[in-house]
Design a protein. Structure first.
Length: 480
C-alpha cells in the first residue's frame, strides 16, 4: 500500500477538522424533511421564547399537575371557572403584545406557545365535539391573539401541540384490553378503545384547525407522542399514524369529516401529510413519531459534545417547571444570568438554536423576576448579536467548558466559555491564505492583540474572567 505523502495527510486532517456536519434530508413515513432553505430561518434566528400557559397555571404546581395528582377530568375543568377562586385561570392580564415585547427584549426571533398541553385544554377554538377550549370558557381564542401579536412584532410563529390527552382514559388503554398504570384510577374497559379513537380524531381535527385558521405557522412543536407515557414516540406510530397517510385497515380510523383526503389519490392524510399540505413551509420537530425537520434537546442540562448535525433546538425552562410555579417570583430561584449566557454560548458554538421557556401565571402575567432575568439576558445577546444571529457554529469543534467558535462571512467569533483563563489562545489552523486583520472584545470593542505565523493565529493579552462567557471577534481577509 502506498503511504500518503505527509502534506496530503496534513491537508486531509485540516479539512476533516473544519468540515461542517451536513444536514441529512431524508424521507420518513412517506414525508420528506424540509430542504435546507426552508429551515434556514431557524438557523439564523437562533434564539426563541417558549411559552407554557394553560389551566395548570391555576394550581401552580407545573403543567403535569393533572396527571401527577390524578385530578379527575370534571374537577380539572373547574380551573377554567371563577368557582376555583385563587386557582381560577382567569386570564385577565393576558396581553400577548406584552409577551412579544419581552420576546424581543430577550433577543428571541421566534416564539412558540402551547396551543394545547397534555391536559387537553385548547387555547383556541375547536369544533371537535368533545373539545374543551378557551372559546367555550372565556369566549376568546388565545391562539389567534397570540399569532397576531407575534406577527405584528416581526417574530416567527410557532405552536406547541401535544398528541396525547389526559381527558381520554383510552390514552392508557388504546385497545380496551389492558389499561396501563395511571394516577387517575382508570381500569381496563372495552369502551376505552373507542375513546382512544376519539382522542386520535380530536388530534386530527385540531391539527387541521390550527393549520388552517391562523395563516402561516412557521414552527410546530409536537410533544407527547408516547402512549400511556411509555416507550418512544416512534413506538406509538401504529396508533397516531404520523406519516403521509393513514391506513384504511388501522384499528382506530379517523372519520373523514375530521381528517383530510388527498383529492388525487383518494388517500386519507396522516398527521404530517396534513401538516405539509396545509402548512408547506412549517418546520416540525420529531415528537409525533415522524423524524422531524429539526431535532430537540430538552431540559436544563449542560450542552456538551461536538457541533450538531442538522438543526437542533435546545429548550429549557428557568424555574422548577415549564408551567407556572411560584418559585418564578423569587429572583434567587430563577436560573442565573451567567448560566443562561453559558448555555446560550454552548448552543451557538454547536450550531444549535436555543428556546427559553416562560410560564405565565393564571392571569397571563409573566413573573417579574423571570422578565427581568430575560431582559438582562437580552441586553447581553444584543451586545453579542453579531456572534449569534445569522452565524454558524464552528468551523472547529468546541472544547467543553473551554472554548468554541461561530462564524459569518469574514468574521470569526471565539467564544471563551468560562473555563479557559490563560492570557494567550492559539486557534486551530486557519486555512491557507487566511489572515487575521483585527481582533476585539465584542462586548466593548477593546482591541485584542494577536500574532499570526502562517496559518497559526494566537490571541494575546487576554483577561478572561473565570465562569463567564467572553467573545472575541476576529476580522479575517475572507470567509473560512
Ligand atoms: C417535557 C415536559 C413537558 C413539556 C416539554 C417541553 O416533555 O414533560 O411538560 O411541555 O418537556 O419540551
Amino acid at each position: 500500500m502506498r503511504a500518503f505523502p505527509f502534506f496530503t495527510l496534513l491537508l486531509l486532517s485540516a479539512v476533516a477538522a473544519m468540515a461542517q456536519p451536513v444536514r441529512q434530508v431524508r424521507t420518513d413515513l412517506g414525508v420528506p424533511m424540509q430542504p435546507d432553505e426552508k429551515i434556514q430561518w431557524m438557523r439564523d434566528a437562533r434564539i426563541g421564547m417558549f411559552i407554557h400557559w394553560g389551566l395548570y397555571a391555576g394550581p401552580a404546581r407545573g403543567e403535569w399537575v393533572m396527571r401527577n395528582e390524578g385530578i379527575a377530568v370534571d374537577d380539572y375543568r373547574r380551573l377554567a371557572y371563577a368557582e376555583s377562586d385563587d386557582t381560577y385561570f382567569d386570564a385577565r392580564d393576558y396581553d400577548p403584545k406584552a409577551w412579544m415585547q419581552l420576546a424581543r427584549d430577550m433577543g428571541a426571533r421566534y416564539v412558540n406557545l402551547t396551543a394545547q398541553h397534555h391536559d387537553g385544554y385548547c387555547l383556541f377554538e375547536s369544533h371537535y365535539p368533545t373539545a374543551f377550549t378557551s372559546k367555550q370558557t372565556h369566549n376568546r381564542d388565545f391562539v389567534r391573539e397570540y399569532v397576531e401579536a407575534a406577527r405584528a412584532a416581526g417574530l416567527r410563529v410557532g405552536l406547541y401541540k401535544t398528541l396525547i390527552n389526559w381527558r381520554h382514559p383510552g390514552y392508557y388503554d388504546v385497545r380496551g384490553t389492558g389499561c396501563a398504570r395511571n394516577t387517575f384510577g382508570y381500569v381496563t374497559a372495552a369502551w376505552h378503545r373507542e375513546d382512544a379513537r376519539q382522542m386520535k380524531e380530536e388530534l386530527y381535527c385540531q391539527t387541521r384547525e390550527l393549520c388552517t385558521h391562523y395563516g402561516p405557522i412557521d414552527q410546530i412543536f409536537w410533544d407527547g407522542g408516547w402512549l400511556a407515557e411509555q416507550g418512544s414516540d416512534a413506538d406509538a406510530s401504529f396508533f397516531w399514524e404520523p406519516g403521509l397517510r393513514t391506513d384504511l385497515q388501522n384499528e382506530w380510523p379517523v372519520n373523514p369529516l375530521f381528517a383530510m383526503t388527498d383529492s388525487i389519490t383518494g388517500h386519507q392524510l396522516g398527521l404530517m401529510g396534513m401538516v405539509r399540505r396545509l402548512q408547506p413551509d412549517a418546520v416540525v420537530n420529531p415528537r409525533s413519531g415522524w423524524c422531524g425537520d429539526y431535532t430537540c434537546e430538552e431540559g436544563g442540562a449542560e450542552v456538551k459534545g461536538p457541533i450538531r448535525q442538522g438543526v437542533v433546538e435546545k429548550c429549557m425552562t428557568l424555574t422548577r417547571a415549564w408551567g407556572y410555579t411560584p418559585d418564578a417570583e423569587d429572583a434567587a430561584q430563577v436560573r442565573r444570568l451567567a448560566d443562561i449566557q453559558r448555555i446560550c454560548a454552548d448552543c451557538m458554538v454547536r450550531d444549535m438554536c436555543f428556546l427559553i421557556n416562560v410560564g405565565p401565571d393564571r392571569h397571563g402575567h409573566i413573573p417579574d423576576a423571570v422578565q427581568q432575568r430575560l431582559r438582562d439576558f437580552g441586553r447581553w445577546a444584543q451586545t453579542h448579536a453579531p456572534a449569534i444571529y445569522g452565524t454558524r457554529g464552528g468551523p472547529w469543534q468546541p472544547v467543553d467548558g473551554q472554548y468554541g467558535f461561530t462564524h459569518s462571512g469574514s468574521r470569526l467569533y471565539v467564544y471563551f466559555l468560562g473555563g479557559y483563563t490563560e492570557s494567550a489562545f492559539t486557534l486551530p489552523a486557519l486555512g491557507r491564505g487566511i489572515k487575521a486583520r483585527r481582533a476585539a472584545l465584542l462586548a466593548t470593542g477593546e482591541r485584542v492583540s494577536f500574532s499570526q505565523k502562517g496559518q497559526t493565529l494566537t490571541l494575546r493579552g487576554l483577561k478572561l474572567p473565570a465562569g463567564e462567557v467572553t467573545i472575541v471577534a476576529v476580522e479575517l481577509n475572507r470567509g473560512l
